[in-house]
Write a protein that binds this ligand. Structure first.
Ligand SMILES: [Zn+2]
Length: 250
């Protein structure tokens, strides 16, 4: 049983809204082996319909997903674990212990979903370096949260690393500095660890929690996809008049 395919179902976006708060537009990955259908992160509530559609485009129904790996417990990555009734749900033990201690009403942990996850028979707690299925390994990268994970997928001679929010975007990777972290020095160490994993296998793709996939060309970090992000708004009194704002870089 080896990895047969890696796809990005939803691509994250490195933005926040100063007027309306964090958007939580995060990356969701799909990894398949001969027998298992694995999701890496689940997106925020607003991604549910899109996620169902993207799964359907890949011929997958939610009840066919066998494994869901959560890079960390923030709502925009974890809250949709309930969409997958037959999946084992993986989260790091350190993350779960921390998330349960976060006072309700503080920060981006969805308190009630985390409490439910902690008592669910579907939950499996991971330690640093655990193999989830053959070819898919979790590694602790604390900082953004105490039990954040990266998920490394080795597939033939290529490697894909889902970064969660250990490095949320290209700027954090290149500058080796993280925003919105609980521990900035730990985040720096974790980003250094990501670079080690990135550079040790040629043709490795990294997928940050809130950005496009990237690869290295002669040591330089390059996007491997074109951003296609937009917002539609109903700003006039005409019901049929939708204004589209393109959020892709020019
Ligand atoms: Zn996030």
């Amino acid at each position: 049983m080896t990895v047969t395919g890696v796809d990005i179902l939803i691509t994250g976006y490195p933005g926040v809204s100063p007027s309306n708060g964090g958007m939580g537009w995060s990356s969701v990955g799909l990894v398949r082996t001969g027998e298992r259908i694995v999701l890496v992160d689940t997106g925020p509530f607003g991604a549910r319909d899109l996620l169902r559609r993207r799964l359907a485009e890949h011929g997958v129904a939610p009840d066919e997903v066998t494994d869901v790996v959560l890079t960390h417990c923030h709502h925009d990555h974890s809250v949709n674990w309930t969409m997958f009734p037959n999946a084992r749900v993986y989260v790091s033990r350190i993350e779960m212990e921390w998330a349960l201690r976060v006072p309700h009403g503080e920060g981006p942990v969805p308190e009630l979903y985390v409490r439910e996850l902690a008592s669910s028979p579907a939950t499996t707690l991971l330690e640093d370096g655990d193999e989830i299925v053959p070819g898919i390994r979790a590694e602790l990268v604390p900082g953004h949260t105490p039990g954040s994970l990266i998920v490394t997928v080795d597939h033939e001679d290529t490697r894909t690393i889902f970064l969660g929010d250990a490095a949320k975007n290209r700027a954090e990777l290149v500058c080796r500095r993280a925003d919105a972290t609980l521990d900035a020095p730990l985040s720096r160490d974790s980003i250094a660890r990501i670079w080690t994993r990135w550079e040790e296998v040629p043709n490795t793709t990294v997928i940050p929690g809130h950005d496009l996939p990237m690869g290295l060309i002669e040591g330089e970090c390059h996007y491997q996809a074109v951003r296609q992000t937009s917002v539609q708004a109903r700003l006039s009194a005409d019901f049929d008049d939708l204004t589209t704002f393109d959020l892709s870089e020019t």
